[in-house]
Design a protein around this ligand. Sequence first.
Ligand code: SF4
Ligand code: SF4
Ligand code: FES
Length: 234
Amino acid sequence: MRVSVWKGSAQGSFREFEVPRHPSQTILDVVTYIQRTLDPTLAYRFACRVGMCGSCAMTVNGVPRWTCRTHVDRVLKNDALSIAPLKNLPVIRDLVTDMREFFDKWARAKGNFSGKATKADPFAVVPPASVERKAVDAGIECIGCAVCYSACDVVAWNPDYLGPAALNRAWTLLKDQRDVQGLERLRAVAGDAGCHACHSHMSCTERCPKHISPTAAIAGLKREVARAAIKGAL
Ligand code: SF4
Ligand code: SF4
Ligand code: FES
């Protein structure tokens, strides 16, 4: 197959390679073949190769995807592939993006757990069937891959927007009954760059490889922010 791969930084260009096909070949296998056999200067990022670490996401034929779990058979068009870095993030080199602003936004959305129990307390019992627990479980398997962030048009229009992953994280913590930072978190996501900037396009939800719905999480945040505002708590 013919594979066009982005080389360089934001001012780079695509370079073409011929790569042999194999059964069950993934996009990450293709990139690794190119780096090990055809162009040792090619920069890319991966760690686990099994869909756990979230580090291998790239733009494949124009669509953000986790590359270690994307089979070539599913995405090959006319025996050709194009592989580029994720959109909406600065490119360091080739297929490697700078993830700092993505994770800085998790911090801005208060994406850290903050409990009051000590190790002397018994384990918290959170019933799996409770509404809150179900809301947390629906969003907790996020691997921080930034596929949703790269797919979101609002991030492209407004680089200050916290984005789907950080807001989904805020939602899972807001619904976590052990966390005590709820009000601060609502304040953090209530501003112009927070949940109300989301246009509910659903691109994040369509693309998330873990089948999480940041759109639903953001809708939940909008409701909770409105409730808190009506009560005068914000
Ligand atoms: S639903 Fe909201 S966060 Fe998700 S892609 Fe659309 S605008 Fe972005
Ligand atoms: S919500 Fe999904 S697409 Fe977004 S960072 Fe988490 S796992 Fe990746
Ligand atoms: S290499 Fe870890 S998710 Fe792809």
